[in-house]
Design a protein around this ligand. Structure first.
Ligand SMILES: Nc1nc2c(c(=O)[nH]1)N[C@H]1C(S)=C(S)[C@@H](COP(=O)(O)O)O[C@H]1N2
Ligand SMILES: [Mo]
Length: 599
């Protein structure tokens, strides 16, 4: 045999290619295992395949500041960033396992077992998990072990080809003789020794994939042994066979993995289902939109945020796809009799309402974009709660917290008082005239004017429970966020953008301001440290929507800072004190720095 290791240079130079083959074996095996796990997952529980479960678990355990950093760095692409980061870590781990396993089989098995255990743990500890969620990790790990062993055996210079290396994968360490040295020494042994010396007995004692192994090994070996009678140069046949096997395994895994992903995302075709639903005309339509809610200034946020641009914040790595025909909403808890509603029950109600409401995320930094305005159609929440027998705490009701639960296990806690105080809290079925998009909560979500999303806007809603703030902490609370979080008044400069260059002369500064449930009374802009100047407000739609503003500015050459602040209809002016989003919403004035150049 004429493997790399046989080169007289030996030493480090000899290790590198060997390690490279090992790394390749590890990568392909891990890929195969994960693809298999994803495929099994697609059949058992497509919303919680091991990869997604691990990702979800990572999202849950990542410390809050890191999460905020991720949102700051990647914005709405934070999920892609997380999955890519996981991919890099997994790949490094898989390669290392392969390298180690080239010398000691049980290292490979142990590494894969650890992989599988992490997947298993994550899958079984998700809030929505069941016993079947163990299957993908277990079978995926078994597949990875089988592929790793097969590839290692085929790998050029594999110790398994020689009688010297009896790595049996059971981890009964002492009997193993394989080491970089032994491998190198073993490889050059006469090929004819291989088939006979290959150790079927210890191998068959191996782990879960043992059954497959004797064939996997026995099959190729004799023919290899046969060909080897002919003189060959450079072990080309071996290497080609190895590359072919690795390539085939990788291609099969990629196809299987992608197929599984495709299957899980198409299994419930929300698009088709949504298209088949026609939202009824709401009994209480949105108040007529006044002319002049929008200035139409380039760069300024449109009054209604196009659905495709609407910010999305949730912990779900794969958007839940819910079949509205089998979905139900369960309402239960303190002081009421349990009830259940189907989608049609809600859709056919005679009290549907339509409202314009600006949604905001507590994680939105001052000047950030995690805020959007939409026209929602839904069931008045207060009416539904009343008919279920709920009394607000003010009327002696025993529950002060309404806990909403989503199909993916999210919990969100809202003050019962806020949902029944006359504001337009709703269980939204529609957004901008269409059934809710999957990413925004199809088939049903909550929307409560004036409360940040994490305490009000549960998507993929499946359950409402009347509880108390003492008895239950919703998802974000143990993670350092406040139990209650009304939206704080904010104003934002949309144009000019920060660091933009502006032509000297008359320039338009414009943006939006919001103070849901109270309304915007006034917006002021200041250039550098000058006087606050009152901006022109667009017409007001409702107190629950943001309001556009603009100001003509005589821009003089040089660097300038433009700062904005709003005052609400209660006469309260936005504070200049800067607070970070945690624990209950950022404060401070938004400003942009621009360079004005002579036109
Ligand atoms: N099921 C579920 N609902 C959720 C969340 C979530 O992570 N899971 N995030 C909440 C947060 S923090 C916000 S700001 C809003 C965002 O709603 P959007 O993605 O439709 O803009 O959804 C809320 N509802
Ligand atoms: Mo949020």
């Amino acid at each position: 045999m004429y493997h790399h290791q046989d080169l007289p240079t030996g030493g480090l130079a000899a290790v590198a290619p060997r390690a490279r083959t090992g790394a390749l074996c590890g990568l392909v095996a891990a890929g195969a295992g994960m693809a298999f796990a994803e495929a099994v997952g697609a059949l058992t529980n497509p919303d919680a395949t091991p990869l997604l479960a691990v990702g979800d678990a990572v999202v849950d355990v990542v410390p809050q500041p890191l999460k905020e950093l991720a949102i700051a760095l990647f914005g709405t692409a934070d999920k892609v960033a997380l999955l890519s980061g996981m991919g890099v870590v997994l790949a490094g781990f898989a390669a290392a396992i392969g390298v180690l396993a080239r010398n000691r089989r049980w290292h490979g098995d142990a590494g894969i077992a650890l992989f599988g255990a992490i997947g298993l743990l994550a899958a079984l500890t998700r809030p929505e998990s069941g016993p079947f969620d163990a299957l993908p990790s277990l079978l995926g790990a078994a597949a990875a072990v089988a592929v790793l062993r097969l590839l290692l055996r085929l790998a050029p210079g594999s110790p398994a080809r020689s009688g010297a290396a009896a790595g049996d994968g059971t981890g009964s360490g002492g009997t193993e003789t394989a080491s970089p040295a032994a491998g190198a020494a073993g490889a050059p042994e006469p090929r004819s020794g291989s088939p006979a010396a290959s150790p079927p007995a210890p191998e068959s004692a191996a782990g879960p994939a043992a059954g497959a192994e004797p064939e996997a090994e026995g099959e190729p070996q004799p023919s290899a042994g046969g060909t080897s009678a002919e003189p060959r140069a450079g072990g080309g046949f071996d290497r080609r066979r190895f590359i072919t096997a690795a390539g085939a395994a990788a291609a099969l895994s990629a196809a299987g993995g992608l197929g599984a992903r495709w299957y899980s995302s198409s299994r419930v075709d929300t698009t088709e289902m949504r298209a088949a639903i026609s939202l009824p005309r709401p009994a209480s339509p949105a108040p007529a939109l006044p002319d002049g809610v929008e200035f139409d200034i380039p760069g300024q946020s449109p009054f209604f945020t196009p659905v495709d641009d609407f910010y999305r914040i949730d912990t779900a790595l794969s958007t839940p796809r819910i079949d509205a025909t089998t979905w139900t909403l369960r309402v239960h808890g303190r002081g009421i009799k349990e009830r259940e509603y189907t989608y049609d029950d809600l859709l056919n109600r005679s009290d549907l309402m339509e409202r314009d409401i600006t949604l905001a995320c507590v994680s939105n930094p001052v000047g950030g974009s995690l805020v959007g305005n939409a026209r929602w159609i839904g069931v008045p929440l207060a009416a539904l709660l009343r008919e279920a027998g709920v009394r607000p705490p003010g009327e002696g009701g025993p529950a002060d917290q309404l806990v909403s639960r989503s199909s993916d296990g999210m919990t969100i806690g809202t003050p019962v008082a806020d949902t029944m105080d006359g504001r337009d809290a709703m269980l939204a079925l529609g957004m901008d005239g269409e059934p809710l998009p999957a990413r925004h909560g199809f088939p049903l979500r909550m929307v409560v004017p004036g409360l940040y999303g994490y305490v009000s806007a549960c998507k993929w809603l499946v359950e409402l429970e009347l509880s108390t703030f003492d008895a239950f902490d919703a998802y974000w609370v143990p993670r350092g966020w406040s139990q209650e979080a009304p939206i704080k008044i904010q104003a934002r400069v949309d144009t000019p953008g920060d660091a933009e260059t502006v032509d000297a002369g008359t320039a338009t500064v414009a943006g939006v301001a919001w103070a849901q449930t109270v309304g915007i009374e006034k917006v002021e802009v200041r250039v550098d440290d000058g006087e606050w100047r009152e901006a022109t407000l667009a017409e007001e739609d409702t107190l629950d929507t943001w309001r556009q503003w603009k100001l003509e500015w005589d821009a003089e050459p040089g660097d300038h800072r433009l700062t904005v602040r709003a005052t609400d209809r209660d006469g309260e002016t936005q504070t200049a004190d800067e607070a970070s989003p945690a624990p209950n919403g950022a404060t401070g004035h938004h400003s942009v720095e621009v360079t004005v150049v002579a036109a």
